[in-house]
Design a protein around this ligand. Structure first.
Ligand code: ATP
Length: 301
């Protein structure tokens, strides 16, 4: 196989709890992760010249080691040297710095694609062990679906698929630094922690209403104060009939859960015509249908 086409899906956090700050600076988290259908595309092709040649549709993204796709390929070739190089075309649709693990999912897709292309035979857990060196969310992005994520994000327990629904994603035009959010999070006796176990029960029972009612993200304590746009988007989504709405990850993207396509579309066109414009997406939950961790869209010889 000389070329492989891959879809790299975004994630949302149905619930995000931070348990403690660890001495190494990382945080112990407990999160319910969910893949959504919004995705980037990667096309990886073998080339005779050794090296990694990355191109992206976004001019402002780095195409060197600072891009997680490049970093993933570099790591892969360090561990599994080959006598040729690769060119990689990355087409981004997932908003950047949005709390949707865009870079991590691209890295996961690159690792998966290279493993397949060079027939290196790494198992899912071996790919995850490589991936965690690139970022705490990469192992989840290789697994995908509905999952409980613990530790720094690398301890994963697959859950039954969350109930199907329509997801509206809106990224407000503000820049939120993940580092800033975690540094300004104060965990004390007043912290309202998400009911993660309650949400797991709601998912197991297949109840969309109960799952939506339990949406909660401890990081919102920081971002709601600093960025009123986030709370305003959530309120508007609820006014348009969302069962509930929440900020994903460290933000600033907000997702709304709808049980009606018509209501979700109405809200979508409202945000699309406003200042959020092109950073608005109507999508759904993605559940992998087979054990292959990344969907291969097309393989060409
Ligand atoms: P997370 O949800 O894991 O916190 P995020 O969605 O908030 O991630 P990303 O979109 O992954 O954030 O990107 C954050 C930073 O990583 C940006 O500054 C960007 O320049 C850099 N980056 C490196 N590689 C990529 C990539 N392939 N796609 C997007 N951003 C990338």
């Amino acid at each position: 196989m000389d070329t492989i086409h891959l879809k790299a899906y975004a994630k949302i956090n149905l619930a995000l709890d931070v348990l403690r700050r660890r001495p190494d600076g990382y945080h112990d988290v407990r999160m319910i992760m969910q893949t959504v259908k919004l995705h980037d595309r990667l096309v990886i092709s073998k080339c005779k010249t050794p090296g990694i040649f990355l191109k992206s549709n976004l001019d402002f993204l780095p195409t060197n080691e600072n891009n997680l796709v490049y970093a993933a390929a570099k790591l892969f070739f360090e561990q599994h040297p080959q006598n040729c190089g690769v060119s990689i075309q990355l087409d981004k649709r997932i908003p950047v710095s949005a709390g949707m693990a865009g870079g991590s999912t691209d890295a996961a897709a690159a690792l998966f694609g290279l493993n397949r292309m060079f027939c290196t035979g790494l198992s899912l857990s071996e790919l995850q062990a490589l991936g965690v060196k690139l970022g705490a969310d990469v192992p989840y992005c290789l697994l995908r679906g509905t999952a409980l994520s613990e530790g720094i994000g690398e301890i994963l327990t697959p859950l039954p698929p969350a109930p199907a629904c329509h997801i509206l994603l809106v990224k407000p035009p503000v820049n939120v630094s993940t580092k800033y959010v975690y540094e300004h999070l104060s965990l004390d006796e007043n912290t309202v922690h998400p009911d993660i176990d309650g949400m797991i029960r709601a998912i197991e029972a297949g109840s969309l209403t109960d799952t939506a009612a339990l949406l909660s993200n401890v990081l919102e304590a920081v971002t709601r104060k600093e960025y009123p746009a986030i709370a305003a988007i959530e309120d508007t989504m609820r006014e348009f009939g969302a069962l509930n709405a929440l900020m994903s990850g460290s933000g600033p993207t907000v997702f709304g859960i709808f049980d009606s396509r018509a209501k979700a579309e109405k809200a979508f066109y409202h945000f699309k015509s406003g200042s959020c414009g092109r950073q608005t997406f109507l999508t759904g939950l993605f559940q992998p249908q087979n054990t292959a961790p990344i969907e291969v869209e097309e393989e060409a010889d």
